[in-house]
Each structure stands twice: as C-alpha cells, then as structure tokens.
Ligand binder design. Structure first.
Ligand SMILES: [Ca+2]
Ligand SMILES: [Ca+2]
Ligand SMILES: [Ca+2]
Ligand SMILES: [Ca+2]
Length: 487
C-alpha cells in the first residue's frame, strides 16, 4: 500500500491561485475556486462581489490582474473568464470546475496486476489483491488468478492406486478389486462376495483385501480353477481302522465281523465284547479280538456243535466210566455215578439186573420169611429205587415237575384202584425243596431252586386206603444228583 503524505499548498502559500480565487487544499493537490461565481453580465469585483459589467477597463484590469484569467472575445467586446488550473488528480469539468479523475477506470490500471486500484478524491490507492480461491484452487505465483490444485502431487491421495487430477478435484483409478468411494475419496476394497453373491465360488466365498478367496465345505477341496469344489477321497489317507468307502462329500468306515465302529470318532473299529451279551455261552465266555470263545468245565462236558453250549458226556454210554461189574453206571450232568442198590431185608429184587442201564431202576418186592407175622402185616409191598440227574436251577417261576409216579400193574394187588389214594413225601432236603402232589398221577415237583453240586434222596410213599385202613403201601426212593451248572 502506498501512503500519501498530503501537503497543504494553500497553507504553505505554494499555490498559484489569483486574486478572487480561493485556494482549496486537496489530498495530494489543491485547486483554485472562485470565491463567488457571478452570472453573465456580472463580474466579480476586487472585493469579491459581483458587479454589473460597466466597461472593459474594469474587466481588462481583472483579466490583467490574474495570470489565470482568460480573455474571451464577445464580438465588439470581451469578457474576462477565469482560467481554472486544476491540480494533479483533477480535471476541468464542463462547468469550469475541477473534478476528481477516476484513475482506476483508466484503460490501464495504475496499480500492479496483483493490486486492486481504489479511486480517491484527487488520487487513488493500490491495495494488494485479496483473492480467495475456491476449494480445489490456489492462487497463482503472481497472485493474479486461481489455479487448479494438482492433488495428486500432494501426499499419497490414492495410496497404491492411480491418481487422476481433475479441474477442482481428483479421482483415483482403483486397481482391480478396489472401488472408488466418492465420499471418502479413497479406493476401498470391494467385497466381491456380497457384490456377486453366489457367482464367484461353488461353496464359500471369503473376502480379502483387494481380492477374495473361495473355500469348500468339509469333505471337499478347491479345484484348480479356484472356484469349484471336488470331493476328497478321504480313504486315500486311510482314516478308518478297517474298511473305508468314499462317498460324495464324506466317507464311511466299516468294520469286520466281530467289531463295531466307535460312536465318537466313527473311524475306529472296536472289538465287540460278546461276553457282555446275555446267554452267549452256556458256561464261560472268553472275549477275543473280533471274536469270542466259549469254554466248558474242565471235565465231564464237551462243546456242542455250535461251540456255545456245553454238552454232558455220557460216560456210561461211552464206556469211559470206572464202575465195577457189581455197580450200575448212572450218567449225571458233568459226570457219572456208580450205583449199588441192594434190597432191604424181607425184600427181593424183581426182574433182571441190567448192566450199564442209565435208568438204574431197582424194584424190590416184599418177600417175608414163613411165619413172620410182622413182615406179613407190614403194608409196604414194593420199594423202588431210581436215580435222577438234575441241573442247578437258579430260579423257579413255578414248581417244576420232575417225576411222574405211575403204578405198574404188578406193583399193586388185585382189586386195588389204578392209582394210590395218598402220596406222601417222607424225605427231602432240609429246605423242603421238593413235594409230591396227587393229580391224575402222583407228581414229584421241585418247588425251590437248589444249588449244586448236591446229592439227596427223596422218599415218597403211595398208600392205598380201604375202609380207613392202609391196605398197601409202595415206597419210591429217588437218588437225586444236582449238577453244579444249569446244563
Ligand atoms: Ca475384496
Ligand atoms: Ca469323499
Ligand atoms: Ca470279541
Ligand atoms: Ca455225564
């Protein structure tokens, strides 16, 4: 900015205003003004009053007295007009006054291009331009105009992408996988998975910075095109402990007979413990990998054809017994017994002795000595001895009929009814595990479980009663051999 120091020419007397003119100071200059402006036909006298023009002399003197007076011929006369001299910055106007010149409106501004010209009365001033450029522009070096800012040269606007400068703004040409966000003005990762749903990957799409990745569901692998999914043949890696079958998207393990698949991993074949299943073996079960064995007691039994049940060896029939010639071999479960049954006194053995007869029934018939009254009066006529082999029955739901007592014709006297009237059990075990009942025939029943090995004798009487008197009594002795096992 220019600073003007004004000199008051009127005060210091350096003006050139003639008499009758007033010096008027202006900033930077001054001008001479008529103190009184007289209309035509009048003129200003020396005292500054307008007087009617009387003659030329006065006027001449007036014209002569002023260097700045202008003599104007009027045809036969003249008049004296004030010749105005305007100071710098002023121009004579049509009315004969001095008017301020607007220097700023001149064709060429008196100020520097970077300055703004401000007109003042009699002068002007230059002010530095205060140009405010809009966003995206900056002032040119000489300050005269706004130039586009090349944002691409400043910082890293588009990061690793191409920055393109535009008038007032810029844009980023994003690399593949990125999209320009016009709000943030940044290249942002494109989420291809949501942008093209279901079109990029056969199974699963996973967005990544600048790209995306396809992946497959369990049981599948990514194909070479990076998009499709192929079934994995899991069996190639031998995941199963035994047999493997590949299926689409998975695989299945199978086990050999005697094994079962582990519930948790579905891959491991585990031996089935058949021995935990009920009734697998009749005696003992030995589990083995993939199989099982049944064992039998160390003697007296053999495996049946199915290898699961134990079968008694009939030593009497096989001839492997050790009974003497006088004894009867009686086969029992798990062994044999050598029986030697003798008839009691006053009884004789009926029928022939049969060797090796497993039924081992010995019938003794009363044979009194002559004149033996007591013997003759004893109603016991026949004592039958026999043997019975029973398994151990752990539980009895209901009485088990074990012997049916049928009376043979020779065992009773004539005129007696077919069946005895009263059946009675005289001897049994201490737990009273057996009884006898009279049904159509007499029936000996086991009514409680008996744990073997155990041997006992059952004694049953059968009475024929006539007129309140026991007319005949038969006795049956049963040697019961209860084996250790249920077989
Ligand atoms: Ca992406
Ligand atoms: Ca598969
Ligand atoms: Ca097994
Ligand atoms: Ca046997």
């Amino acid at each position: 900015m220019y600073i003007f120091l004004d000199i008051d020419e009127c005060a210091v007397g350096s003006h050139n205003c003639g008499a009758g003119f007033a010096c008027v100071n202006t900033p930077g200059s001054f001008y001479c003004d008529l103190k009184v402006v007289c209309r035509d036909g009048f003129t200003l006298d020396a005292s500054g009053k307008c007087i009617e023009e009387k003659g030329l002399v006065t006027v001449i003197s007036l014209c002569q007295t002023s260097m700045s007076a202008l003599c104007v011929n009027t045809g036969g006369s003249f008049r004296c007009e004030q010749k105005l001299v305007c100071g710098d910055g002023f121009a004579l106007n049509a009315a004969g006054g001095c008017t301020d010149v607007d220097e700023c409106s001149a064709h060429t501004s008196p100020c520097q291009p970077s300055q703004t010209c401000v007109n003042m009365v009699g002068s002007y001033s230059c002010h530095a331009n205060a140009i405010s450029c809009p966003r995206g522009f900056h002032l040119s070096v000489n300050g005269t105009r706004c130039k586009d800012v090349n944002e691409c040269l400043v910082g890293t606007k588009c990061a690793k992408h191409v920055c393109v400068n535009l008038e007032r703004l810029y844009r980023c040409e994003c690399r593949t996988g990125y999209m320009f966000n016009s709000v943030t003005k940044l290249c942002e990762d494109m989420n291809e998975c949501t942008h093209y749903p279901g079109r990029l990957c056969a199974h699963k799409c996973e967005n990544t910075e600048g790209s995306y990745r396809c992946s497959c569901a369990t049981g599948f692998k990514l194909a070479y095109d990076g998009r499709d999914c192929q079934d994995i043949n899991e069996c190639e890696d031998k995941p199963c402990s035994q047999e493997c079958t590949n299926v689409y998207g998975s695989y299945q393990c199978y086990c050999h007979r005697g094994y079962q698949l582990n519930d948790v991993d579905g891959m491991t074949c585990e031996d089935i413990d058949e021995c935990t299943l009920p009734n697998v073996c009749s005696y003992q079960c030995v589990n083995t990998p993939g199989d099982f064995n049944c064992t039998c007691p160390s003697s007296g039994y053999t495996h049946s054809y199915d290898a699961c049940t134990c079968q008694d060896i009939d030593e009497c029939a096989a001839g492997t017994h050790s009974c003497s010639a006088k004894e009867t071999c009686f086969n029992v479960q798990g062994g044999f017994r050598c029986l030697f049954i003798e008839c009691p006194p006053n009884f004789r053995r009926a029928g022939k002795r049969s060797e090796g007869n497993a039924s081992a029934v010995v019938r003794c018939v009363k044979a009194c000595q002559e004149n033996d009254g007591n013997c003759a009066r004893d109603p016991v006529r026949i004592i039958t001895s026999t043997a019975l082999s029973l398994p151990t029955l752990q539980r009895l739901k209901e009485p088990e009929e074990i012997v049916l007592l049928r009376t043979s014709a020779e065992a009773k006297q004539n005129l007696l009814p077919d069946e005895p009237d009263v059946f009675d059990i005289l001897a049994t075990d201490e737990l009273l595990s057996f009884d006898v009942i009279k049904a159509a025939h007499g029936v000996i029943r086991q009514i409680k479980p008996v744990l073997g090995p155990k041997e006992l004798v059952l004694e049953v009487t059968m009475k024929y009663v006539q007129s309140g008197v026991v007319s005949q009594q038969n006795i049956v002795l049963i040697h019961v051999f209860i084996s250790e096992f249920w077989f």
